[in-house]
Design a protein around this ligand. Structure first.
Ligand code: MN
Ligand code: MN
Length: 284
């Protein structure tokens, strides 16, 4: 009887011990967001408080963004691309206002860009969300759009988007953050600072940061000083070169231009290394 009790006590202690080793805090664990699209952090500390109207967090199952009420475009959009997100759902082309915005805010409609000389440029691309019709349809919300110069959208950006998905097809998974800054771009009708009677700002520059990992689990903890990070910053102008690789820059340069803290979920020392680098890897 005494031996049995002792055995049970030791057994329980062992179990407790094992449990404790499992939950030993990892230095990055406390920073991991539940939302896979915010794994690398929230670059502008956007919040769901509507009084934070120019840095308003919109979390969708397919992507997350910071929206600006006064410019009627996202500041940045963040999403994860892996084979899980790719399937055979056709392009829905169902551009629509985002009814999830606070009720008294101006809502960009599908026709707001008509005859502006700028494309309804996706941030999270339609072709990155083909697992289901619903996922694809979500990319056509107007809160996922910026007025994008046609040459930039159809050539430079389309090539970078294609390259990103080709990496996924080769066994990688990619965390993408796209954003913009400044005002004034050159579309097919010439230069404009805004469209839709001043309601929608035309960005001057459009940037993107890609963090590329072999497909796997526990992604944040697998990012190291050797992880490939691609940062590009392109002019929102017709005449932009269709070769995105000419616009490669450092994450540091984008942080300086925007005031955001990118990759903020990573330890500072790792951010310093990754963010100072300019990618020189393959581009197709
Ligand atoms: Mn596009
Ligand atoms: Mn950073």
């Amino acid at each position: 009887m005494r031996h049995q009790s002792l055995f049970i006590v030791i057994f329980v202690l062992l179990l407790t011990g094992c449990k404790q080793t499992e939950v030993v805090p990892n230095k990055r664990q406390g920073l991991i967001s539940e939302n896979e699209h915010l794994t690398l952090g929230n670059p502008s500390n956007a919040t769901v408080d509507p009084s934070n109207y120019n840095n308003f967090l919109l979390e969708k199952p397919q992507y997350v963004l910071s929206y600006s009420r006064d410019t009627s475009i996202p500041n940045w959009v963040s999403w994860h691309v892996s084979t899980d997100w790719l399937g055979s759902a056709p392009r829905q082309d169902d551009f629509k206002a985002d009814e999830s915005l606070p009720g008294d805010w101006f809502r960009v409609s599908p026709g707001s860009y008509t005859s502006s000389g700028f494309d309804r440029g996706h941030n999270c691309p339609s072709a990155d969300r083909t697992r289901s019709q619903e996922d694809n349809s979500a990319t056509f919300l107007m809160t996922n759009m910026i007025p994008q110069a046609p040459d930039n959208n159809r050539n430079t950006w389309a090539n970078l988007e294609e390259y990103t998905r080709s990496l996924v097809e080769q066994g990688q998974e990619v965390y993408v953050i796209m954003g913009n800054y400044g005002s004034g771009g050159t579309g097919s009708n010439g230069f404009a600072r805004t469209i839709d009677d001043g309601r929608i700002r035309v960005p001057k520059q459009i940037w993107k940061v890609l963090v590329i990992l072999p497909e796997g689990n526990d992604d944040l903890n697998r990012i190291s000083a050797n992880t490939r990070v691609i940062a590009v910053d392109t002019p929102n102008s017709n005449g932009v070169n269709s070769d995105w690789s000419l616009y490669r820059t450092s994450v540091d340069a984008i942080e300086k231009a925007t005031g955001y803290d990118l990759l903020s979920s990573l330890p500072e020392d790792l951010q310093q290394v990754l963010e100072a680098n300019i990618d020189k890897g393959p581009t197709q």
